[in-house]
Write a protein that binds this ligand. Structure first.
Ligand code: ZN
Length: 170
């Protein structure tokens, strides 16, 4: 059964942007939101970035990691442990954005250029995420399309800043 732990757009969630970026100085090849994903993959899917999810002692798997409470059984704290989720899943739905304010999450990051496409993806580990898609222009995307996580450069300056996207697996 799919988790409905929907996560509003990985790139635009201000709360997690603040938590993950803080006020640290960017260094070369830095992840834009390292609390949400890793450059390394999981053992099952080593070639694509992993997502930082969690698992409850009841078995429920969720994303992103949090210890406030399991949405299935209500346990909190140590009952919720970090779990790396593989960056692989199936497309549920897409929406293409044609008009956007274009405001970047921070000055060092490029604003989204329209049109861009957002997809809901059911990760093979359970949770559903909503994220920006790349490599989909001109493609007929159908529900069930195999998708994988990838990192794309989003910085405006010399520093390499990478952010997570999903793209068709083939
Ligand atoms: Zn639980």
């Amino acid at each position: 059964m799919l988790s409905m732990n929907l996560y509003a757009c990985l790139s635009d969630n201000k709360y997690f942007c603040r938590r993950s970026i803080g006020r640290r100085k960017m260094s070369p090849s830095e992840l834009l939101k390292p609390t949400l994903y890793a450059a390394e993959g999981t053992a099952a899917v080593p070639d694509h970035p992993a997502l930082h999810g969690g698992k409850c002692t009841c078995g429920h798997v969720f994303f992103p990691m949090q210890t406030y409470g399991c949405e299935v059984c209500g346990r909190n704290g140590d009952a919720l442990q970090p779990l790396r989720l593989s960056g692989r899943g199936k497309l549920i739905a897409t929406a293409t954005v044609h008009i956007h304010a274009g405001k970047p999450p921070k000055p060092e990051v490029k604003p989204h250029e329209v049109p861009f496409t957002i997809g809901s993806i059911a990760l093979e580990d359970g949770p559903t995420v909503r994220t920006l898609l790349v490599g989909v222009a001109g493609k007929a995307l159908k529900p069930g399309t195999a998708m994988v996580a990838t990192l794309v450069p989003v910085g405006t300056g010399a520093a390499s800043i990478l952010d997570l996207r999903f793209t068709p697996a083939s």
